[in-house]
Design a protein around this ligand. Structure first.
Ligand code: BGC
Length: 871
């Protein structure tokens, strides 16, 4: 029986507030037959649920597309709700029944839809204040409500309320963007919160990323985007009688001080519960210190409907251990390093205080450790109002932590009154990986936690110290792994729009996006921009390409293409003879162990690593041009790629094939990006193996070499060595961290040294995902599931490469077409493989000594005589 399931519009189930008038539709196929391929689809879109009003019919479209399908010729306007359903025909001659009916609703798509204005309770004198503000307005509804939507946003971060209830569950909305030209607004369904008669809307807002502290150099700066927080809201009420009404933020609103007396992303929050005004967001409230709001100029050009994934609360952690350190701190260990905050319950007198500090580690003596946070305070202070038990969790901040120190608390501390709440962007988990090895399983967990913790609205370097920035290099290094853990396409699509905005007019791309590493000197002149480093700026090309590869999102490629091209053209314009990239600030093989003592910069020459990345980006640009049918560009960039590779061969290899820069990373990048001249390939591989041997088979690589180390070894005949590196437990290695208790991936191989001392307090995060990017090799080669080319798993490669101490691996991936499953088990030299291939795909199964193409279905195979991946 052929059936359709998992209907999605723009990646979401029945979304409201989609940001485009040309939505894309996806469905999955269920069938009891093998080898099923969709041959045609029929899509219907209707103004009502019964499909008996206005119906748009695609007719039967002969196409195998079932993911991100565009209904050609249809464009929707703002605040429209439409229903849709689909049926398909397959290659077995079957026709499915209509799918269940799904719906979508557009947001405000045109800036002219906005009638509201930003309202504020602050003027420029509040630039240094990080206090919260509350806003309210009562209004009357006289008719029967059909639906009601609130469109809302802030300069700062906000929460919205209706008749005493919180609206939605977003954390840190509207998210972190290049606010100067892009402020996202959320769409909320408030139908159930409103009633006929008197109603009230309220907002609470604070500094957030908009005006709070950010790093610059080793110092802090603030007000990067503005000096005053502000909110905007537009309530649309559609009545049963067909009429509608709009309530907007304007001069009729009032504001007051919030009990949040201080809140910032890096530093935490101070909340004085004594300042709470009971009923402030309910009807009939008359507060004494409420004043008319200040209305901002009605320039709303930057407002865009939110198109990423909202940040939300996820896992909760109970205390794992409560103890007092040698230094006398009362400490709770939550057992997992997370991004988020602590919720606690407390009872005491008015004016009594709770003070918590957050940290990732204990030091060698077992004391609470916060030095690696640098200037980020990560401190919560709560002043009790007194009386009944009080429950508190921060409103407008998040911390990176596993431990808290309880500096102040009324009465005895009962750890049961505390819980840690993980907070990150709402991405759909799409992969699972389980093996016979507990350290490997822990490692997979650590990678996925470092991902969650660093996906708080933008891809960050770390979630704890005074950075938490969208470092472009970190983002591109991890993008492939990320796509093999969670559905990241909408998350990156949002961030890439900011990358395009931040990109300099000459095409150079900033080190961080949104670009906050920007400052004027005392005369008001802009200081030189932090931009243009290879492997960082290459995010402009690599991220869209990888999102296209894994999620088939051609719209991202189309939208980003001009930015991708601009970056490659920039390098072309500054490179020596247009081919060797040896100019500008180069970060290079960051925090490699072959760096000079005390330096962060690895030993691999930056002209080599920069040119290697230039070659790769040019290759990906050429491939993108091909996908987008830009024939001339494709030919031009293929030619440029050939020239770069040739020049690279001449510049970085001797005529007899010796690599000029004898570092692990030089060898790895040259092999990974196909840059070795033919006569130098084997010699480069031999050099890499030799360099490893000289270091007792340990890596010395930094951000650039580490992600590809195992892949290069496995691809070049040394699967055994790839496994050896992965399974090492002594310093430096991936599993070494686990033996030291890591629950996330560290920034440094030697973050915590074998003798228990720390590498350095200055640059020592225990939650950086870059080194976790070996995950993509583990998932695709050890687990054996990979997309064949940029087809988003429509064509699948199933190629498990058993090795190391593993006796089995079981992995699955929820592709756009359905679940791909692979389990291999090795007993002696016998390999048993069970697989599942979803409908509408084909898989190339490659097992030692055999290769075949399979259609959808479940299969089992046995291969005997397998040794080191071969028969
Ligand atoms: C960040 C890194 C980043 C690097 C580049 C650091 O401070 O934490 O992850 O890529 O700077 O300079």
């Amino acid at each position: 029986m052929l059936k359709l399931k998992d209907l999605r519009c723009e990646y979401r189930i029945n979304p409201i507030g989609i940001s485009t008038g040309e939505p894309r539709f996806s469905w999955k196929i269920e069938t009891d037959k093998n080898d099923s391929i969709q041959s045609a689809y029929t899509l219907q879109i209707s103004s009502n649920e019964d499909f008996n009003g206005e119906v748009q019919n695609s007719g039967m479209v002969e196409s195998g597309e079932s993911h991100l399908v565009v209904f050609k010729g249809l464009k929707f306007s703002s605040s429209e709700k439409w229903y849709w359903r689909v049926k398909i025909n397959d290659n077995n001659g079957e026709e499915s029944p209509w799918s269940e009916t799904a719906f979508f609703e557009t947001s405000l798509l045109d800036k002219n839809d906005w009638k509201a204005v930003f309202i504020s309770g602050e003027n420029e004198s509040a630039a240094s204040s990080s206090a919260g503000t509350v806003f309210r307005r009562e209004f009357n509804i006289s008719k029967k409500i059909k639906i009601a939507r609130l469109y809302a946003s802030a300069k700062g971060v906000y929460k919205a309320y209706c008749n005493g209830c919180r609206i939605g569950s977003d954390v840190l909305a509207p998210g972190f963007t290049e606010y100067g030209s892009r402020i996202l607004f959320q769409t909320y369904d408030v139908t159930e919160l409103l009633k006929q008669g008197a109603n009230v809307l309220g907002f609470m807002a604070a500094a957030g990323w908009y005006k709070g502290d950010f790093i610059y150099g080793w110092d802090l700066q603030r007000n990067v985007f503005g000096k005053c927080t502000a909110v905007i809201g537009q309530l649309l009420v559609k009545y049963e009688d067909g009429s509608s009404e709009t309530l907007i933020t304007d001069s009729s609103w009032t504001f007051s001080k919030a009990p949040v007396v201080f809140s910032e992303i890096y530093h935490g929050e101070t909340y004085d519960a004594r300042l709470e005004e009971k009923g402030w967001n309910e009807i009939g409230f008359t507060g004494k210190d409420w004043k008319p709001v200040l209305v901002e100029s009605p320039d709303l050009c930057a407002l865009r409907p939110a198109d990423g994934l909202p940040v939300r609360e996820h896992e909760h952690f109970k205390p794992k251990k409560y103890f007092t350190t040698v230094g006398g701190d009362r400490v709770i260990d939550f057992g997992q390093n997370i991004s988020g905050y602590v919720q606690f319950r407390v009872k005491g007198k008015a004016g009594e205080k709770v003070k918590l500090r957050h940290g990732e580690m204990l030091d060698a003596a077992g004391n609470f450790y916060t030095e690696n946070l640098r200037k980020a305070k990560q401190t919560i202070e709560y002043i009790l109002k007194g009386g009944e038990e009080e429950v508190y969790q921060p409103h407008f901040t998040f911390q990176g932590f596993q431990f808290i120190a309880i500096d102040e608390f009324p009465g005895d501390v009962n750890p049961d009154n505390f819980k840690a709440i993980a907070v990150y962007s709402e991405m759909k988990p799409i992969a699972s990986f389980k093996s016979s090895d507990t350290l490997l399983n822990q490692f997979i967990s650590n990678v996925s936690w470092s991902m969650k913790d660093n996906f708080v609205d933008i891809p960050t370097d770390c979630p704890q110290r005074d950075e938490r920035l969208g470092w472009t290099g970190d983002a591109q290094i991890f993008v492939r792994s990320a796509g093999l853990i969670m559905e990241t396409a909408p998350f990156y699509a949002k961030w890439l729009k900011c990358l395009t905005i931040s990109q300099l007019s000459d095409g150079s791309v900033p080190h961080v996006v949104p670009d906050i590493l920007i400052k004027n000197d005392e005369n008001g002149n802009l200081l030189p921009r932090n931009a243009g480093s290879a492997a960082w700026a290459d995010a402009a090309v690599i991220v869209p390409w990888m999102v296209y590869t894994y999620f088939g999102d051609i719209r991202i490629l189309e939208e980003q293409y001009p930015s991708m091209k601009k970056w490659v053209e920039y390098v072309h314009s500054v490179a020596q003879d247009g081919v060797i990239f040896n100019t500008g600030t180069q970060i290079g093989d960051w925090v490699a162990l072959d760096a000079k003592e005390g330096s962060y910069f690895g030993a691999t020459p930056t002209d080599l690593s920069a040119t290697a990345y230039y070659a790769w980006s040019t290759e990906l640009l050429a491939r993108s041009a091909e996908v987008l049918d830009k024939k001339e560009d494709a030919a031009q960039y293929k030619e440029l790629h050939r020239n770069i590779v040739q020049a690279y061969g001449k510049e970085f290899f001797t005529s007899t094939g010796r690599i000029a820069a004898r570092t692990q990373t030089s060898c790895i990048l040259s092999l990974q990006f196909g840059l070795c001249p033919p006569h130098a390939k084997q010699r480069t591989m031999d050099t890499l193996v030799k360099l490893l041997e000289e270091n007792t088979n340990h890596l010395t690589t930094g951000f650039l070499g580490t992600p590809f180390a195992c892949r290069v070894l496995a691809d070049n005949g040394r699967l055994d060595l790839a496994y050896e590196l992965l399974f090492k437990t002594d310093f430096p290695s991936w599993f070494y961290q686990i033996t030291k208790g890591a629950t996330t991936i560290w920034e440094h191989w030697d973050g915590l040294k074998p003798d228990g001392t720390m590498w350095s307090p200055n640059m020592n995060s225990f939650n950086h995902y870059a080194y976790g990017s070996v995950y993509d090799w583990v998932f695709t080669d050890v687990g054996g599931i990979e997309t064949e080319g940029p087809t988003a798993f429509k064509n699948i490669i199933l190629r498990p490469l058993p090795g190391g101490p593993l006796s089995f691996v079981e992995s699955s991936y929820e592709s756009p077409y359905g679940t791909i499953f692979l389990r291999w088990e090795k007993t002696g030299t016998n390999l048993k493989v069970d697989i599942k291939i979803p409908p509408n795909t084909k898989a190339r199964l490659i097992l030692p000594g055999t290769e075949k193409v399979l259609g959808s279905g479940k299969y089992s195979f046995n291969v005997s005589g397998v040794n080191n991946g071969k028969v």
